[in-house]
Design a protein around this ligand. Structure first.
Ligand SMILES: Nc1ncnc2c1ncn2[C@@H]1O[C@H](COP(=O)(O)OP(=O)(O)OP(=O)(O)O)[C@@H](O)[C@H]1O
Length: 362
């Protein structure tokens, strides 16, 4: 545990009857960071957050908050407020009363309660709605009330469980920047559960990727994107081409992965021996296309174009290599303008050995 550790999970397991929802979690959350926990439905994200909030008890292991074990501390004594997907605002209280609620529970005097609630209402730009009922607010305004209600107690940590999932796409993007700025300005540690890669990667300092109750990788968004730690992560993110094979020395004395689609050179095999089974990932943005087989390139793969997708100024070209493997190449329109992009046409995909990331097989 380092001095900037706020929370630590030490060998934490959660079972529901015979079903293991979370298997041996060992990780730390740092003071003041924005940590996103991401993974597909049922991977154990919410259960992890609920254990931190004290709403579920770990079956094994210890959770520490500021160094102190909190396994036996009831939720109301933890100072770990949570913002839910459903927001769980009190419909029988108006906006101001919702925001004041936690202070009232703590016995904060009325004048002080009001002053602090008003401060947060202003900060969240909902001051003008203070006397309204919750039912008279839009989705985005409710979101702001839920945040103000949790932050008014100035906690050291805020837990958020898919808080934006009910909002439309444009509002979601706006609220992402509200949340990120709020976290930066207050320095409060945010732990944010989501299944959305764009939410996690746009806001978080570090991302935890979970699968089937286990952590697959923890790292900065850039790190995870460029260097997925497992094949699962690469597949889950969906932005890399993936090749499976055996590591070998190539004719030039470098390293290559021998795959059913060819021998592909790489420079990134630190700690791995020839003969090891491995996975190569190449980001779709780091693959290039040519109409003719490019001379002088080490990694070239012939593939037939099967489709294209345009999003703004970027296009993704889908191709099929031998054996039916799908290959993706993402480029700006200007970089594709000179290519004969026709469905069914054979093109040549190529990439630099330095852009090939290698994952050792477990
Ligand atoms: N109270 C419970 N009793 C039995 N099983 C549970 C309980 N709570 C969660 N589970 C199971 O534990 C697993 C993890 O659930 P959890 O809610 O943590 O997943 P999640 O990653 O948050 O998924 P989602 O994105 O769908 O919310 C799931 O298979 C779920 O069915």
């Amino acid at each position: 545990m380092t001095p900037d550790t706020l929370v630590s999970f030490e060998g934490v397991v959660k079972r529901f009857g015979g079903f293991v929802a979370v298997q041996r979690l060992d990780f730390e959350i740092r003071k003041g960071e924005f940590l996103a926990i991401m993974g597909s439905s049922g991977c154990g994200k919410t259960t992890t957050l609920r254990m931190l909030a004290g709403l579920e008890a770990p079956s094994e292991g210890v959770i520490r908050l500021s160094g102190q074990p909190v396994n036996d501390l009831p939720t109301w004594r933890r100072d770990t407020p949570m913002v839910w997907q459903s927001l769980a605002l009190f419909p029988f209280l108006n906006v101001r009363e919702n925001v004041e609620f936690a202070l009232k529970m703590r016995g904060t005097p009325k004048a002080e309660r009001r002053r602090r609630a008003e401060q947060w209402l202003e900060r969240m730009h909902i001051g003008e709605f203070a006397e309204r009922n919750i039912s008279q607010l839009s989705g985005g305004q409710r979101q702001r009330v839920a945040l103000a209600r949790s932050l008014v107690v100035e906690p050291e940590i805020l837990l958020l469980d898919e808080p934006l999932s009910a909002l439309d796409a444009a509002l979601k993007v706006r609220m992402q920047s509200v949340l990120k700025n709020l976290q930066r300005e207050t320095g409060i540690t945010f732990v944010y559960v989501t299944h959305s890669q764009s939410e996690a990667f746009s806001m978080a300092d570090r991302v935890v990727i979970m699968s089937r109750g286990k952590i697959e990788q923890i790292g900065t968004p850039q790190d995870i994107y460029r260097r997925p730690g497992t094949r699962f992560v690469a597949e889950f993110l969906g932005s890399s081409n993936i090749f499976q094979g055996t590591l070998a020395r190539d004719a030039q004395g470098g390293s290559a992965l021998e795959t059913p689609l060819g021998s592909f050179a790489t420079e990134n095999i630190t700690g791995l021996e020839a003969g090891a089974q491995a996975t190569m990932t190449v980001l779709d943005t780091k693959t290039h296309l040519a109409a003719e087989r490019p001379a002088g390139e080490r990694n070239v793969l012939a593939a037939r174009m099967i489709g294209e997708e345009f999003v703004g100024s970027v296009a993704t070209i889908y191709l099929e290599a031998a054996g039916g493997q799908e290959i993706r190449v993402q480029k700006g329109h200007d970089q594709l303008a000179a290519l004969p992009l026709e469905i069914g046409r054979e093109l040549f995909v190529h990439w630099n050995p330095a852009d090939a990331h290698i994952i050792a097989e477990a």
